[in-house]
Design a protein around this ligand. Structure first.
Ligand code: ATP
Ligand code: MG
Length: 159
């Protein structure tokens, strides 16, 4: 299955626009110039991966914060980055956030609710699609998650 990147991003924008407004977050989806670019994968899975990351960004970023989704097209890969300027993650917890049921606790995630499965599932799905996921974060500054997908090669004879 091939998924159009511009299509995917347009839908992502639509799905989260309202929530962003309600939480008074500035949500920006940068669409790549390159129109006819495709990801190899299952659309449901790719949507679920992005939804998990963007929901986290919105959950862990206070009002007036900023969330951006950027896409970089490489020769064989497509890298989508979700960046927020929210509460961030302490260095000691960062290596563990992809574990099932792991939640950073400073009283913070307790009141926000959740099971601690979102990132574990996102990583499983990304890896099943042949990609990878990486996170960097700094407390009180924000978090960046980078997901890499496999790019569909141009089909010969197709415009
Ligand atoms: P669920 O996604 O299952 O509803 P959750 O959001 O707590 O629950 P994960 O998405 O797996 O679980 O994230 C694990 C933990 O990593 C979170 O509890 C939170 O402490 C931390 N975390 C994840 N994303 C961010 C982010 N963008 N900013 C700050 N902390 C984050
Ligand atoms: Mg989550």
């Amino acid at each position: 299955q091939r998924i159009s990147v511009s299509n995917l991003l347009a839908q992502v924008k639509q799905r989260f626009q309202l929530q962003a407004e309600r939480q008074q977050l500035e949500f920006t989806v940068y669409e790549p110039d390159d129109e006819g670019t495709y990801i190899v994968g299952n659309r449901d899975m790719v949507n679920r991966i992005l939804d998990n990351l963007i929901s986290n960004a919105m959950k862990y970023t206070p009002a007036q914060g900023h969330i951006t989704v950027c896409t970089r097209i490489l020769r064989e890969r497509i890298v989508v980055t979700v960046t927020d300027d929210g509460i961030g993650i302490p260095e000691a917890d960062l290596p563990r956030v992809f574990e099932r049921f792991y939640r950073v606790d400073k009283g913070r995630s307790r009141k926000l609710g959740g099971t601690g499965l979102g990132l574990a599932l996102a990583r499983e799905m990304v890896e099943r699609l042949g990609g990878s996921i990486a996170m960097t974060s700094e407390p009180d500054r924000g978090t960046q998650v980078k997901v890499t997908f496999v790019r569909a090669l141009e089909v010969q004879g197709e415009a």
